[in-house]
Design a protein around this ligand. Structure first.
Ligand code: ADP
Ligand code: MG
Length: 271
């Protein structure tokens, strides 16, 4: 059961959107999938449940429980069936209270406590996606320490490469502290506008710089914000639309990469 952290130090690049829609794509492929809201801004939870969900919900019923080391399991924490085959571990603004200025000074015992709690929640899933905050804060740090691989959603734009280089620096630091490298499952180009001209030139340059770039890009389409507005993955809103199809292709591509890394069997079953 691979745990994949969705990470980029930039906001607005599609981490949250891709956690939801890639999660739904894995679920459509028949894989039991859990998505985890690890951003204290909790947009994933608010988008899927209700805008005030994270204020109404007691923090003890959210990811906060894992950071606080509470003895909570799936029955207390997981919201089942946000889409067929897809479950959610909600986020909480309170989860931000553990932040510290130098994340790599986080007590290893605290990180281990989170990882143990995460194990209790994720057992039984075929794939787990963690939506992270756009900074290397405590919540992101412990998630990266616990993850099996990273997926980097990114937009193809001028200066995009520098931003991604920062993420790769984080991953080196995490790998150093873990004592083993954190594999990159892929770099996912989001809000792709055109296969021609400058857009494509930027994507080509990105791919040249970062061979981890996936061959499928997610198109820029109003289907995605429309679906979020309805509190659904894009597959529930436009099941046969270009975005849903692209996320299906990404799920297959990531599945193959995870299989190549020995993290997932080709049939999607646990290893
Ligand atoms: P992040 O989590 O990285 O901050 P989000 O997933 O919240 O980014 O996306 C930022 C905004 O961009 C959201 O309003 C979302 O609806 C919009 N968006 C994301 N992906 C697409 C896309 N492929 N096409 C159109 N809009 C998108
Ligand atoms: Mg987000």
């Amino acid at each position: 059961m691979p745990i994949i952290a969705m990470t980029n130090q930039k906001g607005g690049v599609g981490k949250t959107t891709s956690t939801l829609n890639l999660g739904a794509a894995f679920a459509r492929l028949g894989r039991r999938t859990l998505i985890i809201d690890d951003d204290p801004q909790s947009s994933l939870t608010q988008g899927l449940l209700t805008p005030d969900a994270t204020f109404v919900m007691p923090p003890e019923r959210t990811i906060y429980a894992l950071f606080a080391g509470l003895d909570a399991g799936p029955s207390e924490l997981v919201v089942e069936g946000v889409f067929p085959g897809l479950d959610l571990l909600p986020g909480s603004p309170r989860a931000g209270s553990f932040n510290r200025p130098e994340p790599h000074t986080v007590d290893p015992d605290h990180a281990a406590l989170f990882a143990e709690g995460l194990d209790r929640i994720t057992a039984g899933y075929d794939v787990v996606l963690i939506d992270t905050a756009p900074s290397l804060q405590f919540n992101t740090w412990v998630a990266l320490l616990a993850a099996d691989a990273v997926l980097v959603p990114a937009q193809a734009e001028a200066y995009g490469n520098q931003g991604i280089a920062i993420v790769f620096d984080w991953l080196h630091l995490v790998g150093h502290v873990r004592g083993r490298a954190l594999p990159i499952a892929g770099l996912l180009v989001n809000q792709h506008k055109s296969r021609r001209g400058l857009q494509q030139a930027v994507v080509d340059a990105l791919r040249e710089h970062f061979p981890e770039t996936l061959s499928t890009a997610i198109p820029d389409t109003t289907d995605i914000p429309e679906a979020i507005n309805l509190g659904k993955p894009v597959q529930a809103h436009k099941p046969r639309g270009t975005a849903a199809k692209a996320y299906d292709a990404v799920a297959r591509e990531i599945g193959a990469r995870l299989a190549a890394l020995g993290l997932m069997a080709g049939d999607g079953k646990d290893r």
